[in-house]
Design a protein around this ligand. Structure first.
Ligand SMILES: C[S@@+](CC[C@H](N)C(=O)[O-])C[C@H]1O[C@@H](n2cnc3c(N)ncnc32)[C@H](O)[C@@H]1O
Length: 442
């Protein structure tokens, strides 16, 4: 790819951020927020949206902390380069690696460039009998130079009583009497709950209120905000809402699909998406989980819950709610169609879709037989037919809630995005089995 000479705003890159960043020019970004996968040296498992699978969330770091720090360091050199001399960077850390990351940041930005070690304090469930409950993350706020954009923010400081304050203005709200003070570096912001309107079911999604503070303090309207580990797009959604320019990068096509819809909901138009899989070969190389998400997004479908997943139904079409089965393989044959026919019947439906790279002649014959004998209409959809320009007519632009049902639904009665308790983690054997089953289905 030719290096780009300027950064085009309102662009989402589906790429490894290191590969992407090297193409960016120097000193073009005003604010960077990054929330990389945490180092945990053990499996950090989350349930992803549809409950169908326990997903491992890409933060297994074999080789120990130094491997992780080196991985981050390479990226941080590039981030430092693309930051404007007046720019700021906020690095979101948890207790596993925060201390190592701070030393690394000092090396790259300079010891004196640390402006704040922000503590984000939240009150989630879960406690321990062996240590104090871990209820905070750390956000390291560094600037590139000494002359940086900073607009002091205010917060409410609650008072025990109304009386005895002569030289401050006091007001009352639902929390009691308060006075406004300069914002401090301990931020008491509730963790995201699955039933909040902004929740998208994305593991590790951060609250918008957190990003709002950083963006308001460290940018002016029209400034460029970048998130190189963008997830479901919290940073860019807030940037869009606050009238800032933005760029998002994430390695996951699922994440990029989600963030595109999210910023468009915030009113962004002409959003450019670069790097999502566009060829059959690229789609063949996707992980089964990403592949299934890609198909569901393309069809405007919803993911199925575990029960139907076990029946061989991976999702349902929009509106008619007809079963969809996704196969990441070629030459899908008669047996698959035959078994899917049974699944359709058990689901009490007359129509269904099988999506794959190609189908055999016997599969097509089985479709004709099901139609003639049982009046069951199975449509075989080839992946090549789903590929096309981004603006190809869809049945309807889906709501996010259609694609990723909120946890208020009966099958997803779990708060997201918290990681599960360590004791509840599946054993490695269970994970391997889960992975094997999802591959076998694909
Ligand atoms: C902790 S999540 C970010 C969540 C985000 N702050 C939000 O509120 O949705 C980390 C993200 O980094 C992405 N990621 C991991 N490695 C990456 C890489 N090398 N390049 C780009 N994105 C990466 C993952 O796909 C994941 O979406």
């Amino acid at each position: 790819m030719e290096p780009i000479s300027f950064v085009e705003a309102r662009t989402l890159y589906c790429a490894d951020n290191l590969q992407q960043l090297v193409d960016f020019p120097s000193e073009c970004v005003d604010l960077i927020y990054l929330d990389p996968p945490f180092f945990s040296n053990r499996l950090y498992e989350v349930i992803w949206g549809d409950e169908a699978e326990v997903r491992s969330f890409e933060d297994r770091w074999e080789g120990g902390i130094q491997v992780y720090i080196n991985w981050m360091k390479e990226r941080m050199f590039e981030l430092q380069r693309v930051l404007k001399p007046t720019g700021s960077i906020y690095l979101h850390c948890d207790w596993h690696a925060g201390h190592y990351l701070k030393v690394m940041m000092d090396e790259i930005f300079g010891y004196k460039s640390l402006q704040n070690e922000i503590v984000w304090f939240y009150k989630t469930g879960g406690t321990s009998k062996r240590h104090f409950s871990r209820k905070h993350d750390t956000i390291l706020f560094y600037t590139k130079g000494a002359n940086y954009t900073f607009k002091p923010q205010k917060e409410k400081s609650y008072l025990a009583h109304k009386y005895g304050f002569s030289n401050v203005t006091i007001e009352e709200d639902e929390g009691g009497w308060y006075t406004e003070v300069g914002m401090r570096d301990v931020w008491d912001i509730p963790a995201l709950r699955g039933n909040q309107p902004e929740a998208m079911g994305y593991p590790t999604q951060k609250p918008e209120a957190l990003l709002e503070r950083m963006i308001l303090a460290s940018t002016n309207k029209g400034d460029l905000v970048m998130d190189p580990f963008c997830g479901c797009g919290t940073t860019i959604a807030v940037a869009q809402r606050l009238g800032r320019q933005w760029v998002g990068i994430d390695i996951s096509p699922t994440a990029v699909g989600l963030m595109k819809r999210r910023v468009e909901k915030q009113g962004a138009s002409d959003v450019r998406v670069v790097g999502v899989p566009i060829t059959v070969q690229e789609l063949k190389e996707l992980k089964p989980f990403e592949f299934q998400n890609w198909v569901m997004q393309r069809l405007n479908g919803t993911h199925s819950a575990r029960k139907t997943g076990d029946m061989g139904i991976d999702g349902f079409s929009f509106m008619a709610h007809d079963p969809i089965q996704v196969k990441q393989s070629d030459k899908v044959g008669r047996k698959v169609v035959d078994e899917f026919e049974t699944a359709i019947e058990r689901a009490g439906k007359n129509n269904g879709y099988v999506v794959a790279f190609s189908f055999t002649k016997p599969a097509r014959e089985e479709v004709a037989r099901a139609k003639a004998q049982k009046k069951i209409d199975i449509r075989l959809i080839k992946i090549a037919d789903l590929l096309g320009p981004e603006d190809q007519p869809d049945l309807r632009a889906p709501e996010l809630s259609d694609m990723f049902p909120k946890p208020t639904m009966s099958f997803l009665d779990l708060p997201l995005p918290e990681a599960r308790d360590k004791k509840a983690l599946p054993s490695p054997l269970e994970l391997i089995e889960s992975d094997r089953r999802s591959r076998a289905r694909a």
